[in-house]
Design a protein around this ligand. Structure first.
Ligand code: CP
Ligand code: NVA
Length: 313
């Protein structure tokens, strides 16, 4: 395959073609298979990775750090307590300096613009490990998990119930539109994804054959192959708790919702961390239809694939 992603940043997925996303998914599958066989490579030897975190993380941090380190790379964890990130020093200057010392940068934080600025001024690949607007590495792992269950994501229906405007829902809308997976967001109108995103993804969906639906009606879960949910209160939105509980309580994923899919083979997905008893009941997430733990593992394989594709010739 002549396709090369060397030097590319991974910020929203909007600038990746369906073929490029396919390439990353296939590489992630190969990476996973190698890991299961105990095949150890040293593909990141001599390389360094800056891990910048404004928000907390379990999966994303551990996935980047272990995927990079186990292949000989040197990851360096830097929280906002450790470095300047637009405080005393401008963000542009921090980016320039990090670009001189690191092979790549991972950023998790609030503003999408911070990730974009790091990419613009560092001259090295920047990976978005979650911002208020997007969580693209999560979406890649989610599609990998769907494909492991159904062989393909194209033509399958993923139904997301909950906060329809958050980073996870938005990135799923992007990747499903690109890959031809039908994507239904079931959310109260107050939490609809913004119109701009819908306008950006509509032509992609038309091209791939994906049907994208946004509705407040929980009956839309009928026929879904996978039911997905995320926390009602994302990081940084803690003051919205009371309003979110009020708006989203009717949208909890429980056994009744799983039964409403009408498919005994439908699966449950969650990006984690989960607040059991809020967006999902314990019997569903800990039950036999839950793929949430495979999904968490797949974060590592997909993140390793993104780093391999963008860093290793
Ligand atoms: N799903 C996810 O991004 O988890 P963390 O917040 O633990 O990284
Ligand atoms: N929407 C959640 C995702 C966590 C992985 C948040 O931003 O907190």
């Amino acid at each position: 395959m002549s396709l090369s992603l060397i030097g590319r940043s991974f910020l929203t997925l909007l600038d990746f073609t369906p073929e490029e996303i396919r390439y990353l998914l296939d590489l992630a599958k190969k990476t996973k298979a190698d890991t299961k066989k105990g095949k150890i490579h040293r593909r990141f030897e001599g390389k360094t990775l800056a891990l910048l975190f404004e928000k907390r993380s379990t999966r994303t941090r551990c996935a980047f750090e272990t995927a990079f380190g186990e292949e000989g790379g040197h990851p360096v964890f830097l929280s906002t307590a450790d470095i300047q990130l637009g405080g005393k020093e401008s963000l542009e200057d921090t980016a320039r300096v990090l670009g001189r010392m690191f092979s790549a940068i991972q950023f998790r934080g609030f503003k999408q613009e911070t990730a974009e600025t790091l990419a613009k001024y560092s001259n090295v690949p920047v990976y978005n490990g979650l911002t208020d607007l997007y969580h693209p590495t999560q979406a890649l792992a989610d599609i990998m998990t769907l494909e492991e269950s159904f062989g393909t994501a194209k033509g399958k229906t993923l139904c997301y119930m909950g906060d329809g405007r958050n980073n996870v829902a938005r990135s799923l809308m992007v990747i499903c539109s690109k890959l031809g997976a039908h994507f239904t967001i079931v959310t109260p109108p107050e939490l609809n994804p913004d119109e701009k995103l819908r306008e950006m993804t509509a032509p992609l969906a038309k091209e791939s054959g994906a049907v994208i639906t946004v509705t407040p009606d929980i009956n839309a879960v009928k026929g879904a192959d996978a039911v997905y949910t995320d926390v009602w209160i994302s990081m940084g939105e803690e003051e919205k708790r009371a309003e979110r509980v009020r708006l989203l309580s009717p949208y909890q994923v429980n056994q009744k919702i799983m039964d409403m899919t009408g498919k005994s083979g439908s699966i449950f997905l969650h990006c984690l961390p989960a607040v059991k008893g809020e967006e999902v009941t314990a019997d569903v997430i800990d039950g036999p239809r839950s793929k949430a733990w495979d999904q968490a593992e797949n974060r590592k394989h997909t993140i390793k694939a993104v780093m391999l594709a963008t860093l290793v010739r």
